[in-house]
Design a binder for this molecule. Structure first.
Ligand code: MN9
Length: 295
């Protein structure tokens, strides 16, 4: 386990006002709430934040709002990935200026960029700031799967510190950690947190930790203390919730669960669909049956 980066980090959701603007004060309340619930750090402007549905200005203001609310208490990793290198660099510069701890970036997407172009994109972002970089590997969404060869190349850069690994290829996760034990590897699929930890991950970054930080920490802590039975027991409980979350849309569902805790988030941005009445009912059920008793 890495001494600096480990544990359970929430990939923060983006709250909106009733007229669809980003609600920075609800976001700051969420940061505070999660710290009270024992979260170890934050991942800002990731997939979970609907980052690609936010304007440049909103992404920059979100970074500022989170760093400010966190006030140095926990680690803040800012996702700066974009289809354009220049845009990614501009977010990285905002992160550095605001006082974030690290950056992370998905590979450039849509056009099928070559491996050499993708490597150059990361090198350019890393050259633009002093902040450490966590490469975001999410082949399902980006269309590019990080390989041992690409990682080897990027790891020559002194700013390279780790990988956010959102893939179910646990063999690759293990190989990355075994070949580069100095790198931090974050497990990205919350439903496989225990598997990722067993294969060498230092912790997890995920959407569902917004609404069940305590339960996720129970998985992490049971694993850390060597109790595999408990690790599995808590993972299974988490997965009962995640199953429903995935059924009704991850981001809308996570926000719906936080509304049950008293937040006002006003749904997700189009083209994501709003939560259905049926979804609300099923989410309420797992909230009461699993989340509340495991606090
Ligand atoms: O990277 C997250 N992925 C997305 C992490 O946001 C797309 C995960 O936390 C998943 O949302 C979660 C549900 O599949 O594991």
């Amino acid at each position: 386990m890495n001494p600096e980066y480990h544990g359970i980090y929430a990939a923060l959701v983006t709250p909106y006002t009733s007229d669809g603007k980003v609600d920075y004060s609800e976001l700051q309340k969420l940061v505070d709430h999660l710290i009270k619930e024992g979260i170890d750090g934050f991942y800002v402007n990731g997939s979970t934040a609907e980052a690609f549905l936010l304007s440049d200005e909103e992404r920059n203001s979100t970074i500022k709002a989170v760093v400010e609310a966190n006030a140095g208490r926990k680690k803040v990793i800012c996702h700066v990935g974009a289809i354009s290198t220049d845009l990614a660099i501009s977010y990285a510069k905002t992160a550095e200026k605001c006082g974030a701890d690290a950056v992370s970036a998905i590979s450039p997407f849509y056009y099928k960029f070559s491996e050499a172009e993708i490597v150059q994109y990361y090198q350019d972002i890393m050259a633009s700031t002093e902040l450490p970089m966590f490469v975001y590997n999410f082949p399902n969404f980006s269309g590019f799967s990080l390989t041992e060869e690409v990682l080897e190349k990027l790891n020559k850069n002194r700013n390279m510190v780790g990988v956010k690994f959102t893939s179910s290829d646990m063999f690759l996760l293990e190989q990355m950690k075994t070949l580069h034990p100095e790198l931090v590897v974050w497990n990205g699929f919350d439903e496989m947190l225990s598997a990722g930890l067993i294969m060498g991950a230092d912790g997890g970054i995920g959407s569902t930790y917004n609404c069940m930080p305590k339960l996720a920490h129970k998985v992490y802590d049971s694993f850390a203390s060597g109790n595999m039975e408990e690790t599995h027991k808590y993972q299974t409980k988490m997965n009962q919730v995640i199953k429903v979350i995935c059924k009704y849309g991850v981001f809308a569902s996570v926000k719906e669960m936080l509304e049950m805790d008293g937040f006002a988030f006003h749904g997700v941005r189009r083209p994501f669909a709003p939560m259905s009445e049926e979804g609300k009912k099923e989410l309420r059920h797992v909230y009461e049956e699993i989340i509340v008793p495991n606090r």
